[in-house]
Design a protein around this ligand. Structure first.
Ligand code: ZN
Length: 220
């Protein structure tokens, strides 16, 4: 379960069965489990809003890669629950392209064919979650022995940059569903934590953040 305690604030709706929360790391890796509890404790201590920025800071004595790793897994699990909340409204018919409003159209990099392709939002997002899960489960990237390769930070940047696109799609295309269920404040809280994390460690380029800049300006 992500950073909140108690029931899922996004209700009982579930993400598609093909997508799963990553529990393996926290279950088997005591360092990660400890850091997750540390983050939860910090979030409780600082409360909401701008103080959440403090909670994501690297703590004394904690290895940077371990901290990033835990935060990325938490961000993945959180985003999956949010997506589960709106996925019934995000279909090939309602969202034939992966977009954020009229100005931003995201293409999926088809690595086999070496070119980017336009996919419907649900197909794009499922591919994205599947790809993120495969990275998290890859020992050569998300090490469990504490020895991180050079590929780790660039992969983390790629993961959070792609996850940001799902937030952008939800904010532009699915706010009605979110509003009608009073989940807006939970969505904002999750995005706030995500943004403070990526901003603190400079993980997403300014160019990539542009679609949600008005929202980000309200947070800062
Ligand atoms: Zn959609």
């Amino acid at each position: 379960m992500p950073f909140w305690d108690g029931p899922n604030p996004f209700g009982k709706k579930k993400p598609p069965v093909t997508l799963k929360l990553n529990k393996r790391r926290h279950k088997y890796d005591s360092v990660q489990a400890h850091l997750k509890n540390m983050l939860k404790g910090e979030l409780l201590r600082v409360g909401d809003d701008a103080n959440m920025r403090e909670a994501v800071q690297l703590k004394e004595g904690v290895v940077l890669e371990e901290w990033l790793s835990m935060n990325v897994i938490e961000a993945h699990n959180t985003l999956l629950l949010i997506y589960g909340f709106i996925c019934e409204d995000c279909t090939k018919e309602t969202c034939p392209i992966m977009n954020a409003g009229n100005k931003y159209h995201y293409l999926w990099p088809n690595e086999k064919e070496g070119k980017a392709e336009s996919l419907s939002a649900p197909v794009y997002i499922e591919k994205l979650f599947g790809w993120v899960a495969s990275q998290i489960d890859d020992e050569s990237v998300f090490a469990t022995n504490g020895v991180y390769s050079k590929a780790f930070i660039p992969t983390v940047k790629k993961i959070v940059s792609r996850m940001f696109r799902v937030y952008a799609h939800i904010y532009y295309e699915h706010l009605d569903a979110i509003r009608s269920n009073n989940a807006r404040q939970h969505l904002d809280k999750c995005f706030r934590l995500f943004y403070y994390f990526v901003d603190t460690f400079k993980l997403i380029s300014e160019k990539e953040l542009v679609p949600l800049q008005p929202l980000i300006d309200q947070l800062s």
